[in-house]
Design a protein around this ligand. Structure first.
Ligand SMILES: Cc1cc2nc3c(=O)[nH]c(=O)nc-3n(C[C@H](O)[C@H](O)[C@H](O)COP(=O)(O)OP(=O)(O)OC[C@H]3O[C@@H](n4cnc5c(N)ncnc54)[C@H](O)[C@@H]3O)c2cc1C
Length: 409
């Protein structure tokens, strides 16, 4: 294959690896370019590596044949060439951007050293390197502050607590995972973390990271309260890694703008995964990234009907049980709108002893959202009803199943 018709996939994360594999299966050779030192891995499972439950090998993805390790620093779309940090160039016929996200670094005083490096002891939580760095630093009794109480912060706090750290989680919003969960489900997540010994502060804004000799010593809140810290984890969200595209003149809003064929404003360049923005949405989740990769593989293999029309993404969080804390596994799924609007029907079941909670929101005979904690037997049926947006059968269908599945009437 000449370099002129070659497909080059930039980014060897979940989306890029899936695309390269699918293209291989469809007989379209592709060159996959990634800058991480490690074998491609499933990022979603990094918290389990940090918790010591899995070794890095366990979360490795099957490595595609044509993988090149290089950091791409520029796209010359006229010459159709990528320039790399080591001075080399890679020619493409079609380029796919699968560059993922960057962690959002909050504007805290003291966070950046003059050479733009995070102080010693302060870690983002995005890559295998972040995870191994944290893993090396965590020991029983270490004082860790996790900044951010979304999915990432909750996963990191739990993993560090399981490793014996004294963990404080500082959440700016009034409750945990407020974007995905309703207040009852948030409370169950809070209870799970507290059972692990995590101290959770909500409505708490961190304003300063204090360092001594280049290493973090404490974290200061907006109200002046200071927490001693040997380790700080920044879990304040992510933003699409779209800088290369922007510099090359490709249309970028929050992410790289793509149409239903996952084509950017440059017809030779496509984008998928966390870096892409489709129909106003940047998903930042694994399932849409994989779905986009599958659609794009079909499209690049010549299927004229391959179209991406959006993903109704389900949030799943599985926190494995821990015998040291006498804790059962904690499993959670949330989708769509978990808070009803006036006029919506809500079916809700809670069992405080078992820590289970299930709720669905129905609008005009259609399931518009739900949250399940602890008892996920019905999640598949509910997710399908939600994804399909079909009217619910008048006999109650999946809702009845939800009510009767484990006798929870
Ligand atoms: C700890 C953690 C837990 C998560 N848990 C969940 C979860 O439970 N459920 C869920 O749905 N999602 C979860 N996510 C989000 C999920 O991992 C992402 O949505 C998914 O990885 C997106 O895939 P991607 O291929 O677009 O990006 P990534 O997996 O981030 O891959 C992008 C790759 O491109 C490389 N790259 C970028 N720029 C360049 C360059 N210039 N040169 C070379 N290489 C480059 C990056 O180094 C990276 O390897 C989690 C994320 C983290 C960090």
């Amino acid at each position: 294959m000449t370099s002129n018709s070659r497909v080059v996939v930039l980014g060897a994360g979940l989306a890029g690896v899936r695309l390269a594999r699918r293209l291989g299966e469809l007989g379209v050779p592709a060159l996959l370019v990634g800058d991480e030192e490690h074998r491609p891995y499933n990022r979603v499972l990094l918290a389990e590596v940090l918790a010591g439950r899995y070794s890095p090998d366990v979360i490795a993805l099957p490595a595609p044949a044509g993988l090149v390790r290089a950091k791409v620093t520029g796209i010359d779309s006229d010459r159709r060439v990528l320039s790399c940090a080591d001075g080399s160039e890679i020619a493409y016929g079609t380029l796919v951007l699968a560059t993922g996200s960057n962690p959002v670094l909050p504007p805290l005083r003291g966070l950046f050293t003059p050479d733009h490096v995070l102080p010693e002891g302060v870690h983002a939580f995005r890559t295998m390197d972040d995870c191994l760095g944290l893993s090396k630093a965590v020991r029983p009794g270490v004082r860790a502050v996790v900044i951010g109480g979304g999915l990432l912060g909750v996963s990191a706090a739990r993993a560090l607590a399981v490793r014996g750290a004294q963990v404080v989680l500082a959440q700016q919003a009034e409750r945990l995972m407020e974007r995905q969960l309703d207040p009852n489900a948030s409370r169950l997540v809070l209870r799970h973390l507290k059972d692990l010994g995590v101290e959770v502060h909500t409505e708490c804004r961190v304003r300063d990271v204090r360092c001594l000799g280049g290493a973090v010593r404490s974290v200061e809140m907006a109200d002046g309260y200071a927490l001693d810290a040997d380790l700080v984890v920044l879990a304040c969200g992510v933003s699409p890694r779209a800088g290369l595209a922007k510099a090359a003149g490709i249309a970028v809003h929050k992410g790289v703008l793509v149409d239903d064929a996952l084509r950017t404003s440059d017809p030779r360049i496509r984008a998928i995964g966390d870096c892409a923005q489709h129909d106003g949405t940047v998903y930042g989740l694994a399932a849409p990234a994989l779905e986009q990769a599958d659609v794009l593989a079909a499209s690049l293999a010549g299927d004229p009907d391959a179209r991406y029309t959006g993903t109704r993404a389900l949030t799943r969080l599985t926190l494995a049980g821990n015998s040291a804390f006498d804790l059962a596994a904690f499993d959670l799924a949330a989708f769509g709108e978990t808070e009803p609007r006036p006029g919506d029907d809500v079916v809700q079941l809670a069992d405080a002893t078992r820590g289970t909670y299930r709720k669905v929101v129905v609008r005009d005979d259609r399931l518009v959202g739900g949250v399940l904690v602890g008892e996920l037997g019905t999640v598949g049926a509910l997710a399908r009803a939600w994804e399909g947006a079909e009217p619910l059968p008048s006999d109650g269908g999946p809702l009845l199943h939800l009510l009767t599945n484990d006798g929870g009437t």
